[in-house]
Ligand binder design. Structure first.
Ligand code: ADP
Length: 496
């Protein structure tokens, strides 16, 4: 089977969040199951430099207001990559994939991601070379407009034969990001008027790229079963719940895996002292190293909690600020790595100044440090208000860094709370709290400190967490199953 991934991010080429990890790892996991994938993404600055061997596959003339754009292809670390090279849209100084240097959305994001989506649809239709996928897997709103272009192509008018379309799947990694733009920008998108109307992408008076995917993809998925259920409710549906309920029977929840070649404490080159469930004692030097690096008191006897996160309301870190008194009362330490809301950054920095040696904060996005945090900390706190899947708790499990998580979305699906019964049965892997508020987070932190004080019990939970299968194997099998169903359903019925 051939699958085309259309995505705005792909690890290790470009990453701002968990979506990149998925787009980088899933195609590799599927490769061993006979799925030949190609990953289509924009040639942002930095990406092109990493892929100097990329060669022209096809010209993309007059691509949303610019000449000289092209589709280029190459292979990178086993991954087959297609790049939309459009200097007028993607080659920019400063900023990132979505935001300019001023921290605001690039003003032409609708064109930038329409270009990605258009290239996705053309590739899907086999118009940009001989390679034609059986299935197109779209990731988030930035790719979702592909479904609109394919839908438009499926009704070419009376004289033109209908093209054979691949099966389409949209994965919603985070429903908070919906690609909403004013109606006024829709003209250059080259979509037929009905596509922009109420039965199309119209969304509360605007247009939403995500809605195009929700309307026209054959199937929808999100990244955990609990989140798949949550987004059908007004509380978590973020305005899409009504629409999603209409498609509830075509919505799956598949928990992400982690890339074991990148996230493995036994082989991780970024970890100074490699360790495993069998050689757990070798984790200790990583704790001391992290404490030193972060300016914390070097102590084995106090639990070291960490946070590796975007600093946003979603991630619930304001709740942690309100629950810090529990950590102080227990003499526990906290190391924070994150970037985002200025207020949260400042608040954690103030804590770090006031509780020097006990709390430490690094502001920024630092992949190597995130590995050292996972290896060195005893526990990782993920107090998200909602969490489609979450990856940091999965890394935490793999590194024996016990997750303390809100019982929502993928966090609920991947961590088994260390309650009495679970401890007795030897299945506990971390700590959950609910409802998601500072009081319950404080209770969970307290429970984590209690368990930490019982070294053997803590180690039992660590070993259990580290030996849980959190790799891509299980997820890849679920995706393959889904892909096969979708591709089979698309096959024309045999002639009688
Ligand atoms: P989200 O995609 O909502 O940000 P996830 O938990 O799914 O949350 O994925 C976040 C990914 O980004 C993880 O791989 C995590 O390690 C990484 N990450 C988040 N913040 C930072 C940071 N400040 N520095 C390094 N890595 C980070």
């Amino acid at each position: 089977m051939k699958a085309l991934f259309v995505t705005p991010e792909c690890y290790p080429l470009i990453k701002t969040g968990g979506l990149a990890d998925v787009a980088g790892a899933l195609p590799l996991a599927l490769a061993s199951m006979d799925v030949e994938s190609r990953v289509l993404l924009p040639a942002y600055p930095g990406v092109r430099e990493q892929l100097i061997g990329a060669r022209k596959v096809a010209a993309l003339p007059d691509l949303f207001g610019g000449e000289g754009a092209l589709l280029a292809g190459t292979t990178s670390e086993g991954l087959s990559v297609l790049l939309v090279e459009a200097p007028h849209l993607f080659a920019r100084k400063g900023g990132g994939p979505y935001l300019g240097p001023d921290g605001k959305d690039w003003p032409d994001n609708h064109l930038r991601f329409a270009a990605l989506a258009w290239a996705g649809a053309q590739t899907a239709l086999g118009k940009l070379g001989p390679w034609k996928p059986d299935l197109v897997h779209l990731h988030d709103w930035q790719a979702a407009l592909t479904a609109a272009y394919l839908h438009a192509a499926s009704n070419p008018g009376k004289r033109t034969p209908k093209p054979v379309l691949p099966a389409t799947l949209l994965t919603i990694h985070n429903l908070a990001f919906q690609g909403v733009f004013p109606h006024a920008v829709s003209k250059p998108l080259h979509l037929p008027a009905p596509a922009l109307g109420h039965d199309g992408m119209e969304y509360w008076g605007n247009i939403s790229f995500l809605k195009a995917g929700v309307q026209w993809c054959d199937h929808l998925s999100t990244v955990s079963p609990t989140y798949a259920r949550e987004i059908l409710t007004p509380e978590h549906g973020m305005g899409f719940d009504g629409l999603l309920r209409l498609r509830a029977h075509e919505l799956s929840g598949i928990v992400n895996g982690i890339d074991d070649t990148v996230w493995n404490p036994g082989t991780d080159p970024l970890v100074s002292s490699p360790y495993s469930a069998r050689r757990l004692e070798a984790k200790a030097p990583n704790k001391a190293a992290l404490q030193l690096e972060m300016g914390l008191h070097v102590r084995v006897d106090v639990p070291l909690f960490c946070v590796v996160s975007r600093l946003t309301t979603q991630k619930g870190l304001d709740l942690l600020l309100d629950a810090m008194h529990v950590l102080y009362a227990r003499g526990a330490q906290l190391a924070v790595l994150g970037t985002g809301d200025r207020e949260l950054q400042d608040a954690f920095r103030r804590e770090a100044e006031r509780y020097h040696g006990q709390v430490s904060m690094v502001i920024g996005f630092d992949e190597p440090l995130s590995h050292r945090m996972q290896a060195g900390a005893d526990a990782i706190i993920v107090p998200s208000r909602f969490e489609p899947c979450g990856l940091t708790q999965l890394y935490g499990l793999r590194y024996g860094t016990l997750p303390v998580v809100a019982r929502v979305g993928g966090l609920a699906d991947t961590v088994i709370d260390a309650n009495e019964a679970a401890l007795r049965d030897g299945v506990a892997t971390g700590f959950q709290f609910s409802p998601v508020d500072a009081v319950q987070l404080g209770v969970a932190l307290d429970r984590a400190c209690d368990l930490f004080a019982d070294k053997l019990a803590w180690q039992r939970v660590q070993k259990r967490a580290m030996t849980r299968d959190v790799g891509w194997g299980i997820a890849a099998i679920s995706y393959l199953d889904l892909y096969r169903r979708l591709v089979d359903a698309k096959r024309p019925a045999p002639a009688r």
